[in-house]
Design a protein around this ligand. Structure first.
Ligand code: PMV
Length: 325
């Protein structure tokens, strides 16, 4: 079950017609972000109601992208859309199609630069729309690589967790490029709250890289500790030990802050969630802004945490339940 605020409730739906189209969804990283870039494990949760849809239409001239009603030639795209352009051109090239006489329309229901995997969802949706237009099959390994080509433009050095999560339907553990399903011993309610602060994943990942390069022993120890916490957190989830799981999330938040990806707006939402009874809370995704994820107990407590995070300045809040209810 996911509750979304009214203004985001209208996530785009797939067109009913024969228009070649693709769609993918948001994700939240529960624990292990940044460490995942260095081969340590991380856990991700798909957020399927927040979606991006792409459609391919015939249109004479150079390849164009249309977002929010604005159509631009791929060569004229501003930097923040560069990865989406790469998704389109790389997918067309893969299927032997020229980058011309087409317009790809992208409608996103995922807030950008908020740690929810908007760029990977857009790339996945575009790759699937182009595949559908080409009328050819695409195996999962090739699909993943096409999305990763776009993610390299958005992230610099993506672990691949976002590319995978945008199509996954269940929580999973991701380690060194391999995803395994993570069965939950008990249902878990998460509250995901957006600080409203927009931050670049590329810059956050580069910042962590600089810290590791400057002080390799300390930096590597912090990342290894995140990896260890993630493995322990996976065990907690499998056995339904939500209080222990929450504590590990809060410890991870301290380490992420030490890695330089915190923000005062994140701290405000984490404190609000914990004061309202959450078992733990931390940033999710690249940090320096974006979203905070909190672990809660029953529906009433989730509601209280949602109210507290809204009062502390969250601009949007979603309650996401994973596992059987
Ligand atoms: O903020 P997002 O949704 O782009 O997530 C990035 C996750 C990182 O671990 C920081 C980077 C990666 O590629 O794993």
């Amino acid at each position: 079950m996911v509750r979304v605020p009214a203004r985001l409730a209208e996530s785009p739906t797939m067109p009913a017609s024969e228009t070649p189209a693709g769609s993918a969804h948001a994700k939240a990283i529960l624990i292990g972000e940044h460490a995942a870039v260095y081969g340590h494990p991380a856990i991700a949760l798909p957020i399927t109601p927040l979606r991006t849809v792409a459609e391919v239409h015939r249109s004479p001239g150079p390849l164009r992208l249309n977002s929010a009603g604005r159509s631009l030639a791929v060569s004229e795209l501003p930097g923040r859309f560069a990865s989406v352009g790469v998704a389109a051109t790389t997918a067309l090239e893969f299927f032997g199609l020229p980058p011309a006489d087409l317009e790809i329309a992208v409608r996103s229901g995922i807030p950008p630069q908020a740690g929810l995997g908007a760029s990977a969802a857009a790339a996945n949706a575009i790759v699937e729309a182009v595949r559908s237009y080409a009328g050819l099959a695409l195996d999962e390994a090739d699909r993943f690589e096409l999305v990763q080509a776009a993610e390299r433009v958005a992230h610099g050095n993506p672990s691949g967790i976002d590319a995978y999560a945008a199509r996954a339907l269940e929580p999973f553990l991701f380690a060194a490029g391999v995803a395994s399903p993570l069965p939950l011993g008990a249902p878990v309610r998460f509250v995901v709250a957006d600080t409203g602060v927009r931050a670049s994943t590329d810059e956050a990942v580069t910042g962590v890289r600089q810290l590791v390069d400057t002080d390799p022993d300390h930096g590597s120890a912090l990342l290894a500790r995140l990896g260890e916490l993630t493995r322990e957190a996976a065990g907690n989830l499998e056995h339904g030990r939500l209080s222990d799981f929450g504590k590990r999330l809060s410890i991870a938040q301290e380490i992420l802050t030490e890695l330089g990806v915190g923000h005062p707006a994140i701290d405000r939402l984490v404190t609000a969630a914990e004061s309202a009874g959450a078992a733990g809370a931390k940033l999710t995704g690249a940090g320096r802004g974006g979203c905070v994820i909190a672990v809660t107990g029953d529906a009433d407590q989730a509601q209280q945490v949602q109210t507290a995070m809204t009062a502390a300045g969250a601009v949007a809040v979603w309650i996401v339940t994973a596992g059987a209810t």
